[in-house]
Design a protein around this ligand. Structure first.
Ligand code: UD1
Length: 301
């Protein structure tokens, strides 16, 4: 098969490319705004430098392809608040372009990255795909609108689409350098440098962390599945931040000081996915335990 990975030089996209290349032809489209060429070291693929906002580029690159894993996005809630128009272009216009190019080039399937941000601050847990959205940021609005476009393209043109609502994904190649990076990549970086870590709040907040290799598997199974629609991608387990910090230190044998700071504005207290639908429809469930995934992440960091 010939597969496109948009955002393929990024964190999740590069892991998808890595899982595909042995058996398939892989074409990466990435504008390198967040991704890095070195994420693709040792991964044979065709590389197209460009943005999903460029429809002509997509129409050209998608010719002869079978499916697309659409991972390209500006995946930052705070950035979307500061720059709604720029993030709209990447996250929504980009997604619409991917759908149009996929339709025009006769691709069999579009699997796209969505987000748990769609569930917002609604305290009801666990989150099921049928819950009404609770949008708290332009990012959440852009991703939900992308899901709606996907379903409209299925209805209008018969294009098969799957939207995967990622919860807190972690693993090697997640960039720790921004203050908005995932907490695990930040903690890994600091623990390995012997630097203190800061927990925002009392550390009792929870997240549903899922290892990137499980997310890759979800993407592959979604591509192969005859099913369409929206699926939560998570472990279906809550881990609090205090436990996370302790587990990460245990994984490395490094003890660092844990500081406590003010609660981060806009943070949700608890997050937990209901993952029944992905299991029943796609046959997917997370296989990597948190500790196992953390060991791989810390070994890379
Ligand atoms: C995550 C996603 C975001 C998505 C949202 C949906 C990541 C990187 N971000 O945000 O794209 O929109 O879920 O619900 O997966 N924390 C600390 N210390 C730090 C950094 C973070 O205590 O140095 C805390 C945060 O305050 C938060 C928790 O760790 O309570 C997780 O933070 P983070 O990794 O940024 O992810 P989310 O905010 O859950």
């Amino acid at each position: 098969m010939r597969y496109i990975v948009t955002g393929g030089a990024g964190f999740i996209g590069s892991h998808i490319a890595e899982a595909l290349f042995a058996e398939h032809e892989v074409i990466i489209i990435d504008d390198l705004s967040a991704g890095h060429r070195q994420n693709l070291d040792g991964i044979p693929c065709e590389f197209v430098e460009g943005s999903v906002t460029d429809l002509d580029l997509l129409q050209e690159a998608f010719k002869g392809a079978d499916g697309v894993f659409h991972q390209a996005a500006i995946a930052s809630v705070p950035r979307s608040v500061e720059e709604p128009l720029t993030t709209h272009a990447a996250n929504l216009t980009g997604t619409l372009n991917v759908l149009i190019a996929a339709r025009d080039c006769g691709l069999k399937k579009v699997v796209m990255a969505s987000t748990a941000a769609i569930y917002g601050e609604d305290p009801a847990l666990p989150k099921t795909e049928e819950m009404p959205p609770h949008l708290c940021s332009p990012y959440a609005a852009q991703k939900l609108a992308g899901e709606h476009y996907a379903s409209v393209f299925t209805r209008l043109y018969g294009l098969s689409t799957v939207c995967l609502r990622y919860f807190n994904v972690f693993g090697p190649r997640q960039d720790p350098s921004s203050q908005y990076s995932g907490v695990i990549s930040i903690f890994a970086d600091r623990i390995l440098q012997g630097q203190p870590i800061t927990i925002f709040g009392d550390g009792g907040q929870t997240r549903d962390f899922v290892f990137v290799k499980d997310v890759v598997q979800a993407n592959l199974m979604a591509m192969e599945s005859g099913a369409g629609g929206v699926f939560n991608i998570a472990r279906g387990e809550q881990t609090d931040l205090n436990t996370l910090a302790a587990t990460m230190m245990r994984a490395t044998g490094e003890e660092v000081e844990v500081r406590y700071g003010p609660v981060r504005a806009g943070d949700v207290r608890h997050s937990l996915a209901d993952v029944t639908k992905a299991k029943e429809v796609l046959g997917w469930e997370a296989r990597w335990g948190i500790e196992e995934g953390l060991r791989e992440t810390m070994a890379w960091a």
